[in-house]
Design a protein around this ligand. Structure first.
Ligand code: 5GP
Ligand code: ZN
Length: 113
């Protein structure tokens, strides 16, 4: 998508602090971290959000989970971490390209809202 911020990051048109990349997935540090470790994990294919996934495309989420697990180990999140994906306006989604937040390095709030 031409006007998508994360697609521009994937294409290298906007710089990012990359921590993982393969054929289908990119992970980079969030520009406004909410915790000592705050990484965004995204598919290289553009999907607006979880809502845009189909039976055919949903397996990308499983791959993202495995990347998250690997990054959590690399960043020594041994006491746990959180994976979050926001969907739509009420979900607090600001960038309309499917992404998972990997957040950790501190005891996180138990609040979900
Ligand atoms: P959302 O609110 O859509 O779930 O999350 C979007 C995230 O993208 C936010 O945590 C925000 O800080 C991050 N973000 C927005 N613009 C940029 C950017 O240009 N670079 C990076 N690395 N992160 C960004
Ligand atoms: Zn995109």
């Amino acid at each position: 998508m031409n006007d998508c911020l994360f697609c521009k990051i994937i294409k290298g048109e906007i710089p990012s602090s990359k921590v993982y990349e393969d054929d289908s997935i990119l992970a980079f540090k969030d520009i406004n971290p909410q915790a000592p470790v705050h990484i965004l994990i995204i598919p290289k294919e553009h999907y607006d959000s979880v809502d845009a996934l189909t039976e055919e495309t949903a397996p990308i989420v499983g791959k993202i989970m495995l990347v998250a697990k690997q990054l959590a180990a690399e960043f020594h999140l041994d006491n746990g971490y959180r994976l979050v994906t926001n969907i739509g306006e009420n979900g607090g989604q600001t960038v309309k390209h499917l992404h998972f937040h990997l957040v950790g390095g501190v005891k996180l709030s138990e609040k979900m809202n």
